[in-house]
Design a protein around this ligand. Structure first.
Ligand SMILES: NC(=O)c1ccc[n+]([C@@H]2O[C@H](COP(=O)([O-])OP(=O)(O)OC[C@H]3O[C@@H](n4cnc5c(N)ncnc54)[C@H](O)[C@@H]3O)[C@@H](O)[C@H]2O)c1
Ligand SMILES: O=c1ccn([C@@H]2O[C@H](COP(=O)(O)OP(=O)(O)O[C@H]3O[C@H](CO)[C@H](O)[C@H](O)[C@H]3O)[C@@H](O)[C@H]2O)c(=O)[nH]1
Length: 342
């Protein structure tokens, strides 16, 4: 396949880029690097640009003879979206429209889209299945639900094939120790815990200790980023023109925020300093995936998504790369001067 990954220098996008390339596919990344890292992909295959630049996308898709687009580009912080809903609508929804129009112009007929498990809303204690009603409770989740609808409409009108992936909480780092989560503006739980472990002055804030859950903190479904990348490999091969398939991508297991904090303490041997604050606006109480559909139809199984494996790989990455991809010197496992990480 000849694949364009939008948002391909980001955390999940670059993991997919590397995973698919290592398995023989021609993969190109498109990213404005506002949050992503050029060093996470291969320089010669990274094209810089804004996702709303339809002309540039169409020109690149045609020139590179792309047959499949994996549209991962997006803004994805729930909390930030509450403060800047218009920006989220613009990048996530207008950006998706630009990708769809560019695909039409360049004759690309296969799309894999990164949606989110947060489209289901708070949850009711049971894992969420793909046909459950959607109840997005943040501008971020709403923008993804609207983008999904736009894709379904386009598929009906033009007969393209699409897979919609609703990821739950992607986490962990590559097993090679050279790649991991490193965003310009970080808000996610595991990187924030890692930061507090590495810098003793940094205190972790836990948002909400009064949710109606066993320990009062939110519950999430953490899935290892390498399992997520493997799901993309399987899904790309399954896309059929004229059909849209929707799959949850999670581990199927719920873990509370405090349980994650404790696991990080066990793995690192360092007790993080934390305080419990008010609930974070836009947060869902519980977000756990029912993964029966993806298991049955794509034969996918989470293999590395045990919490221990997620935290061990994340800790190894953060310990050796305290400044993310900018880390140099003996702590970094990236060989000095190595540019072509892809
Ligand atoms: N990581 C998760 O747990 C998770 C869960 C559910 C859904 N998702 C979705 O998966 C996708 C990837 O997530 P991620 O964790 O890799 O995020 P990320 O922030 O690491 O990557 C997003 C990438 O998009 C790029 N980008 C942002 N705005 C852009 C713009 N206007 N033009 C071009 N590029 C732009 C950034 O530079 C970045 O490299 C997102 O769409 C996100 O909503 C992620
Ligand atoms: O410093 C922090 C950061 C997070 N949390 C808590 O940890 C949980 C997870 O928060 P994250 O920000 O790590 O992730 P979200 O569940 O909010 O969102 C993530 O998973 C979703 C899917 O479930 C999305 O798609 C989204 O892109 C992705 O960031 C939440 O209860 C949050 O309140 C804290 O307590 N302190």
């Amino acid at each position: 396949m000849r694949i364009m990954t939008t948002g391909g220098a980001g955390y999940v996008g670059s993991a997919c880029f590397r995973y698919l390339r290592a398995r023989g596919h021609e993969v190109f990344a498109y990213d404005d690097l506002s949050l992503g890292n050029a060093a996470a992909v291969c320089d010669s295959r990274l094209f810089r640009g804004d996702i709303r630049d339809e002309d540039r996308l169409a020109e690149l898709m045609a020139r590179l003879a792309i047959d499949t687009v994996i549209h991962l580009c997006g803004l994805s912080s729930v909390a930030e979206s509450v403060l800047a809903p218009e920006r989220y609508r613009s990048v996530n929804l207008d950006g998706t429209q630009a990708v769809l129009r560019a695909m039409t112009r360049a004759g690309v007929r296969r799309l894999l889209f990164s949606s989110t498990g947060s489209v289901y809303g708070h949850g009711s204690g049971a894992p969420m299945a793909e046909d459950d009603p959607l109840a997005p409770n943040s501008p971020y989740a709403s923008s993804k639900a609207a983008a999904e609808e736009m894709i379904r409409e386009r598929a009906r009108d033009e007969g393209i094939g699409a897979v919609i992936f609703r990821y739950f909480n992607a986490a962990g780092a590559d097993l090679d120790g050279r790649h991991g989560e490193a965003r310009a503006r970080e808000t996610r739980l595991i990187p924030m815990i890692m930061r507090s472990l590495s810098s003793p002055g940094e205190e972790l804030t836990i948002f909400g200790g009064d949710w109606p859950t066993p320990d009062g903190t939110c519950i999430r479904d953490f899935v290892h980023v390498e399992d997520v990348a493997h799901a993309h490999l399987l899904a790309c091969g399954s896309i059929a023109e004229g059909r849209v398939e929707t799959y949850n991508v999670g581990s199927g297991a719920g873990t509370s925020v405090l349980e994650v904090v404790r696991e990080c303490e066990r793995v690192s041997g360092i007790a993080p300093r934390y305080r419990i604050a008010d609930r974070r606006p836009g947060d869902a109480m519980e977000n756990v995936a029912d993964i029966a559909r993806i298991t049955e139809r794509l034969g996918w199984q989470p293999k590395r998504s045990a919490l221990r494996s997620i935290v061990e790989t994340a800790w190894r990455w953060h310990r050796t790369h305290p400044e993310g991809y900018a880390t140099r010197g003996p702590r970094a496992t990236i060989a000095a001067g190595m540019k072509d990480a892809g």
